[in-house]
Design a protein around this ligand. Sequence first.
Ligand code: PRP
Ligand code: URA
Length: 209
Amino acid sequence: MESVRLISHPLVQHKLSLLRDKSTQVIYFRQLLREISMLMAYEVTKDLPVTVRRIETPLQNMEAPFIAGRKLCLVSILRAGNGFLDGFLEVIPAARVGFVGVERDHDTHKPRQYYLKVPPQIEDRQVIVLDPMLATGGSAIAALDLLKQKNVSKLKFLSLVSAPEGIAALQNAHPDVTIYTAAIDEKLNENAYIVPGLGDAGDRIYGTQ
Ligand code: PRP
Ligand code: URA
């Protein structure tokens, strides 16, 4: 699985275990997800290209490294992707943000698109697509299809918990996109939920179950 990067940092794994626990309440769930996002943001941006610019320190001039190119763009898959946004923006405050509204049909588990808004010049930016859950892969594939229709080519996909089925489907549909995830769980159940998973991420973030 060359295009999959498993984020196994103990802090991420510890916080993910707390998130999975069904007794973890909304307020604590949000806080943990925000903390995890900051740690995952660090991992997913490790290979951003840098360039040097001449600056003056109080002591002398130097060639100092800065991130190269246009501001990067985060794209949240609504709703649950928004759970990743606060933490990411804490560490990358100048990032641009886009939104893809995709919702799984409860019976067919197929994605239905209902919203799309992305920043200007997105085709020139490194784009990181955010969604805590990669289950069948339908929502991720639909979001990446939409972004590629807008000529985006520098794409990464970040999930917190993934199913092997979703990873395989996403790799098959978008082999050029690296997937970052903190866990590859056992399987999908008959309702296409990830097991053991953490339940419905959107419901747990927003208290809608
Ligand atoms: C969840 C999750 C993903 C999707 C994953 O969203 O946040 O977007 O399911 O499932 P898939 O890989 O099988 O497509 P959901 O459709 O429940 O919408 P919500 O975030 O608005 O609750
Ligand atoms: N969406 C979720 O939020 N959780 C799952 O396990 C599957 C899809």
